[in-house]
Design a protein around this ligand. Structure first.
Ligand SMILES: [Zn+2]
Ligand SMILES: [Zn+2]
Length: 787
């Protein structure tokens, strides 16, 4: 029997600033309910009176018809004493405790796009149109609650028309905080570095478009920072931009008007297309195998290019008028963070851009474009920023008692992680902290997050590396604030981050973690980077590793990859044996011309030649042996990326013999030994095998070696129930390697945990650090593994 009742409904998740209350209002009115809905510090609160049947119908529809940018995590209902309401209304927000959910920025929605392109609309050609389903969010937030006064839109009082849309629950812009129009909102203008160039009578947008078409470089203030743009099909313009920006090796991201333009250069799969058109609108790495070719300077040495679609009305209006793709690279100088402010653009980008398309909506949070690659048919984030951050990563079951804490992340591709009220908020990509201004920006953002989330951590977490700036800062902060500091091993954090995003429960049995990357500080004080760890959240046991090889000159070995080739050859077979057998090789002549005496002396004395079990350095060594980036790498991993790109060019065939690795044991640890691989590779070099073929054999060989190592580990007495493998670390951004490893391990009946929403590179470390610290806090009783 239907009874009339009053129910209080608490909705948690990402439910503010996404059009949630109007949806509630519409559904409640549809179902004939009376009551009220409001935002408070915990999410959305609804009190409603009506027939029990109507209320339950309302709840079902709320789940099914929630607005596109919302994410409901939890709905709780309580029956109250019967309350009388006249109608259903949207009540004033209650500023309560700060909310842990801020919505990421979202790409322009179809309705706003149509409006901006329609001459009959009042927002025709307006670069800042947005609504509750799209537009700026995190990039303009200064404080919570998320209301206009707490965003950088506070400088723009609404006009009467906007105000009336803002107040209409049935309007798409009801309570859209960044609402704006040509009458009241932000404006654009163009600043030219030289007075000549464009007609003085053109509007800023048209001038910018004219400059771009004529091969000029235009700095464009966007959503989360400045871009530098030029015609991507103009090789001279691309080259000029590289020279002025001092960016020589790293690929440039592109923006194109629509999928049809991208299809001229790339064969798009439905997965690519869906991702490009999603509200997150990331840069998607796509094989450049379409009918038309882009200039070499776009992505030197690589097969894939990074494309994105216009995600703001400003970008839409620019690309509408241009048939070519545009380079749309971060507006910065070499490794510094992307420029956000007008002043910094005027001073910093002056020598790079021919003109600057400016606007006056301030950027509160710098946020780069996210980068995604499709691996094993699924999106996998390489850089997590715009569109994804700061949405919370759900912690798996068992983490309910997690304390509020702050994890400082790593050093390169740094992020940090705020753990609050059981939600893990991983910051947007910050960059490489060794750059002074990036480190300053990282500290600024730490402060900003603590303010936005009203975060008072009870514990700090950092990497074990004594030289990481993030770890030093954490130490200092722990001292100043008298907080406990937990140092977490680098590769354990990688594995834990992979476990978290795969929802592995806190009390699950250990997995076998395979973490391969450039380098991280090892549990024994040496450098690790090719690790097989038996791990759960609380602890790990190193069971196998790549055989350590000297890094000649420390970090110098990263910049000059030939040093790794030499060190690997010396470690594998000794120089004299190499000279004896392979003196006819170009590689022998090439290396002989290097200052080997000095290097040998360093190796003898052990001065500045740290041993590293690094997979990244092995890739460097092999790439350099094949002539890729041998003298200099312009960025870490360049050789590995080019090696992968070459290997992809060789037709994969079951007849392709993988290079062999050996497995040895020493001191209770299994080692992956590369001597047989080098023998086979040098013989291939001797018979002048095609470089792509050798690159493929190396990839297949390494994948098989990893599989063999896993099989060997599973053969041990203690490991017979081990059935899950977690794959993490920057080297698993190599699609060819990852897909082959997964194929082999799954053939052996193993379950593989992969990264998707959190990068496998050091951008994911902070999440793993947070999980490990929380696990140890929750479950202080348990101990190390007994094997
Ligand atoms: Zn919209
Ligand atoms: Zn207006």
């Amino acid at each position: 029997m239907e009874i009339r009742q009053t129910v209080e409904i608490r909705v948690r998740g990402t439910v503010q600033g996404v059009g949630f209350r109007p949806t509630v209002w519409r559904l409640a009115c549809d179902e004939g309910l009376v009551g009220e809905v409001l935002n408070d510090g915990f999410g959305v609160l609804i009190r409603t009176t009506g027939n029990s049947g109507a209320i339950s119908q309302f709840l079902t529809r709320l789940n099914n018809e929630a607005p596109p940018l919302s994410q409901i995590e939890d709905i709780e209902t309580h029956v109250l004493n019967l309350l009388d309401f006249e109608d259903f209304r949207i009540a004033e927000s209650i500023a309560g405790e700060n909310c842990t959910r801020i919505t990421p920025d979202a790409a322009i929605c179809d309705a706003c796009r149509a409006e901006v392109l329609d001459p009959k609309e009042r927002r025709y050609s307006y670069p800042f149109a947005n609504c509750t389903h799209c537009g700026p969010r995190f990039s303009i937030v200064k404080e919570v609650p998320y209301d206009r006064v707490n965003t950088t839109m506070s400088d723009f009082p609404m006009c009467a028309d906007c105000k009336s849309e803002y107040l209409q629950p049935a309007d798409r812009r009801f309570h859209a905080q960044p609402i704006a129009c040509p009458t009241c909102g932000p404006t654009i203008w163009l600043e030219k570095m030289e007075t000549n160039g464009t007609s003085p009578h053109l509007a800023p947008l048209d001038s910018a478009i004219e400059l771009l078409k004529s091969g000029k470089v235009v700095a464009i203030r966007g959503l989360g920072g400045f871009h530098l743009a030029c015609d991507a099909t103009n090789a001279d313009a691309v080259q000029r931009l590289r020279q002025r920006k001092h960016r020589y090796g790293k690929p440039f991201a592109l923006m194109a008007r629509d999928l049809d333009v991208i299809r001229r250069y790339c064969n798009l799969t439905p997965v690519h297309a869906e991702l490009l058109q999603s509200p997150e609108a990331p840069i998607v790495l796509i094989p450049a195998d379409g009918p038309e070719k882009l200039p070499h300077g776009i992505a030197p040495g690589l097969n894939a290019v990074g494309f994105m679609l216009p995600y703001t009305p400003l970008h839409l209006l620019i690309t509408q008028q241009i048939d070519q793709p545009l380079v749309m690279t971060s507006g910065n100088i070499s490794d510094e963070p992307q420029v956000t402010s007008l002043d910094r653009a005027r001073s910093g980008l002056r020598g790079i851009a021919d003109a600057m398309l400016m606007h006056n909506r301030e950027i509160a949070n710098r946020i780069d474009d996210s980068v995604v690659r499709i691996v094993a048919g699924k999106p996998s984030l390489i850089r997590r920023a715009r569109g994804y951050a700061p949405s919370a990563v759900a912690l798996p079951s068992g983490f309910d008692g997690a304390p509020d804490l702050l994890a400082f992340g790593g050093e390169l591709k740094a992020t940090f992680c705020v753990l609050k009220d059981g939600a893990a908020i991983l910051s947007q990509h910050q960059g490489d902290l060794e750059d002074v201004s990036t480190f300053e920006d990282y500290q600024k953002n730490l402060h900003l997050y603590s303010k936005i989330y009203d975060h008072r951590p009870r514990m700090l977490v950092a990497d074990m590396h004594p030289e990481y700036l993030s770890a030093k800062l954490a130490k200092q902060r722990a001292g100043d604030d008298k907080l406990p500091l937990l140092e977490v091993q680098h590769h354990h954090a990688h594995i834990a981050s992979c476990m978290v995003e795969n929802g592995i429960a806190l009390d699950s049995p250990p997995v076998l973690g395979i973490a391969i990357d450039g380098l991280g500080f090892g549990g024994d004080g040496t450098i690790w980077g090719g690790e097989f760890l038996l791990a759960d959240y609380q602890s790990y046991r190193r069971v196998a590793a790549f055989k350590p090889v000297a890094m000649v000159g420390g970090v110098q070995a990263i910049r000059e990859p030939w040093r790794n080739t030499y060190a690997h050859l010396v470690a594998a077979q000794g120089w004299s044996q190499f000279a004896e057998n392979f003196s006819t090789l170009d590689l022998y002549r090439y290396l002989s011309a290097k200052p080997l005496k000095t290097i040998d002396r360093m190796l003898e004395t052990g001065l500045n030649v740290p041993l590293a079990s690094s997979c990244g350095r092995l890739f460097d060594a092999v790439a350099a042996a094949l002539g890729l980036c041998a003298d200099h790498a312009l960025f870490e991993g360049q050789g590995a990326m080019e090696l992968e790109a070459l290997a992809e060019k060789w037709p994969s065939s079951p007849d392709e013999e993988p290079y062999n690795f050996a497995i040895n044991e020493a001191g209770g640890l299994l080692y992956l030994e590369s001597l047989p691989m080098w023998q086979a590779l040098l013989e291939d070099l001797g018979r002048q095998a095609p470089v792509p073929q050798m690159a493929l054999r190396f990839h297949y060989g390494l994948a098989r070696a990893i599989r063999d190592m896993v099989a060997r580990i599973r053969g041990m007495r203690w490991a017979n129930s081990l059935n899950t493998v977690a794959l993490s670390g920057g080297c698993f951004q190599n699609k060819l390697l990852l897909e082959e490893v997964v194929r082999l391990l799954e053939t052996d009946g193993l379950r593989c945990l992969l990264h998707a929403k959190v990068p496998s590179n050091d951008g994911g470390l902070a999440l793993g650090q947070a999980a490990i610290a929380a696990a140890r806090h929750i479950n202080t009783g348990s101990s190390e593994f007994s094997l």
